[in-house]
Design a binder for this molecule. Structure first.
Ligand SMILES: Nc1ncnc2c1ncn2[C@@H]1O[C@H](COP(=O)(O)OP(=O)(O)OP(=O)(O)O)[C@@H](O)[C@H]1O
Length: 303
């Protein structure tokens, strides 16, 4: 049973704070590290894998510090986001080279290639592989020394649906075997499908953790923002502000547009047309103004 502990970890690059005082514990099974681009996921994974030193705080694996601890590295397999592969090698040669780095031979490489179901293409050059095949060879290299902790940075990027399913099956299997598997993603659905447990990071900070039901609930129960255009935005804003039944709705007439924030979507959609009608105002468009993943995540951090 492998447990990874992140204890008040921060990491900055110059004056950029990439990871800001994060504390979390990752246990056996599959954990999804969810966050928008630039949230600090790669920086965190690199510190978990011992590739990068925390500026402050500690990362420990079963109580042992990870950074600069050679004896711990053989328990960790990492699949980085960026490609770093020698294209002129065959898949098998690449995995064997990685096995040798761990003092292992062709047998271990073969076993890892079998695990990722790449034996059929192992003697082809990597330059001829699809994105999914490259990803599986990277996986085999990370698995060659049979690590108990497997870290994957955005492993599904650029994969087609079939390749994604295959990799998900493989990671599920690893989790079922009792390994500690952590993968990062900026796509909620991807994390929901696979992770037993989700950790959310936004702007370098730990925003939430829990199973997918909890995270989904946190994301959908937030206030919704709308951009409204009408025959008279100014009059509609005034009418909404004056209406006694508009508690829970915030109205903001900025930059020539009417922005409305409402906690209760159902009540908002009933209220707005009524107020407009009562004042002889015609609604032209009502559209969600800020439904980007970033804004949803930002809400979580602010909550
Ligand atoms: N080596 C570095 N030097 C300077 N700034 C860095 C470095 N590595 C990361 N950063 C900055 O730290 C922040 C977090 O980056 P990081 O790559 O960890 O985020 P991420 O969540 O993995 O995003 P993405 O999915 O886009 O890779 C960003 O603002 C990034 O520009």
């Amino acid at each position: 049973m492998t447990t990874l502990s992140i204890d008040h970890v921060s990491r900055w690059f110059g004056n950029v704070v990439a990871v800001n005082d994060i504390t979390m514990t990752i246990g056996p099974g599959v954990t999804g590290l969810l966050g928008p681009n630039g949230a600090g996921k790669s920086t965190l994974i690199n510190m978990m894998g011992g590739f990068l030193a925390p500026s402050t705080g500690t990362v420990t694996l079963d109580g042992q510090q990870v950074w600069r601890n050679e004896s711990i590295y053989r328990h960790i397999g990492i699949v980085p986001e960026r490609e770093a592969m020698y294209d002129f090698l065959t898949g098998r040669e690449f995995v064997v080279a990685n096995a040798e780095l761990h003092g292992l031979g062709a047998k271990a490489a073969q076993k890892a290639l079998a695990t990722v179901e790449m034996e059929y293409a192992q003697d082809r050059k990597i330059s001829t592989y699809s994105k999914g095949m490259r990803q599986r060879v990277k996986m085999a290299s990370a698995l060659v020394h049979d690590p108990s902790l497997l870290l994957l940075d955005e492993p599904f990027n650029g994969m087609d649906p079939r390749q994604r399913m295959q990799l998900m099956d493989l990671l599920r299997r690893m989790g079922d075997e009792g390994r500690t598997v952590l993968f990062s993603s900026h796509i909620l659905e991807e994390v929901e499908q696979l992770a037993w447990h989700i950790e959310v990071v936004v702007a370098g900070r730990h925003a939430a953790s829990g199973d997918f039901r909890k995270i989904r609930r946190l994301m959908t129960d937030r206030p919704h923002r709308y951009l409204v255009r009408s025959s008279d935005d100014r009059a509609l804003a005034a009418a909404l502000i004056a209406d006694p039944s508009t508690s829970g709705i915030e109205v903001d007439l900025a930059e020539g547009a009417l922005h409305i924030q409402a906690v209760d979507f159902g009540r908002f959609t009933a209220l707005l047309p009524r107020v407009a009608r009562d004042h002889g105002i015609r609604l032209l468009t009502v559209s969600p103004s800020d439904e980007s993943l970033e804004s949803v995540f930002s809400y979580l951090v602010a909550a």
